[in-house]
Design a binder for this molecule. Structure first.
Ligand code: NAD
Length: 283
């Protein structure tokens, strides 16, 4: 069974659009999302455009703030602070990666935690680790929604997460742990990856190595979430970290690439923006 992130994201989009229409009457304005993009990396431009398109479709107002690669860290932080202080802005997102001369953590730390719709600011990360209310990072949140949509039982199951980035692997492992899975985190230094992946009832792969996980590395009935997405320069095709052809016949459920986790990340970003707006309006 293929779990379509596209379909679930569409359902979420319709739900958010209905909420926006009624909140607009109640609060007198739509939610507003500001996206900052530094430099001219084509993939980042594409991500920002899809976020803007989705925001428009759910009825948010949004702006893309495109800044030159040469901007200094201080100038970028000043821009973030300006948005923090703007009462018309509900959500702020700084598109990653940033140029090497800018310290990413300094910029993310500058975002008002209440407007940090990516859930990367340390107050929100802290809230995740302490099981407190806060904004949860979009991709991990989307992964849990995909598993729930496919009725995958999580409690008591062995979940193997490959990759331990702060954006995906690490937080998704924590969310699965909080749902009472037994979690193993594998990474670049893991010695026998196949031995570990073969134990997985739920396998989440977030490494950025196209088709690294093959059919012989999984057991029958595994639920597979493929987060990785790599574009092949020659063919222009996108590949996941999982070899779909050999893994899908063994999997009970699997996400496709593209059309799996990607659309859910954007859907959860919009959900986080709506939540930030409601809190903002009610404060
Ligand atoms: P990252 O580079 O920050 O982290 C990669 C992780 O994979 C590291 O922890 C590393 O130890 C591990 N790793 C690398 N090679 C490995 C190997 N051979 N065996 C075991 N572990 C290995 O990456 P990230 O930001 O977590 O992203 C991972 C992938 O997910 C990328 O392809 C990225 O494009 C994709 N991604 C997709 C979405 C989405 O919405 N679809 C969102 C975020 C990231």
């Amino acid at each position: 069974m293929i779990i379509s992130g596209k379909e679930l994201a569409k359902e979420i989009k319709e739900h958010i659009a209905r909420k926006v229409a009624s909140y607009k009457v109640e609060y007198g304005r739509e939610p507003h999302l500001s996206v900052i993009l530094v430099g001219d990396d084509p993939s980042s431009h594409q991500y920002v455009r899809s976020k803007g398109r989705y925001a428009g479709e759910v009825g948010f107002t949004h702006e893309e703030i495109i800044l030159p690669e040469s901007i200094t860290e201080t100038e970028l932080i000043a821009k973030v602070e300006e948005l923090n202080n703007n009462p018309g802005v509900d959500g702020i997102l700084v598109q990653l990666p940033l140029p090497k001369h800018i310290r990413k953590h300094r910029v993310i730390e500058a975002i008002d935690p209440g407007k940090d719709v990516d859930g990367f600011q340390s107050k929100n990360v802290d809230a995740l680790w302490h099981k407190l209310p806060g904004t949860r990072a979009c991709t991990p949140k989307g992964i849990l929604k995909l598993l729930d949509k496919a009725n995958v039982e999580i409690a008591g199951k062995h979940a193997v997460v490959i990759g331990r980035s702060n954006i995906v692997g690490f937080p998704v492992a924590k969310l699965l742990l909080d749902r009472n899975a037994t979690v193993t985190i594998a990474h670049r230094h893991t010695r026998d990856l196949a031995e570990i992946t073969r134990q997985a009832d739920i396998l989440v792969v977030a490494i950025g190595q196209p088709r690294l996980i093959t059919g012989d590395m999984v057991k029958d009935g595994v639920a597979v979430i493929d987060v990785g997405i790599t574009r092949d320069v020659e063919s222009g095709k996108y590949f996941g970290d999982v070899d779909f052809e050999t893994v899908s016949p063994k999997a009970s459920v699997i996400t496709p690439v593209p059309g799996g986790v990607g659309p859910m990340t954007i859907a959860c970003l919009m959900e986080n923006t709506l939540d930030a707006y409601v809190k903002h309006m009610e404060s």
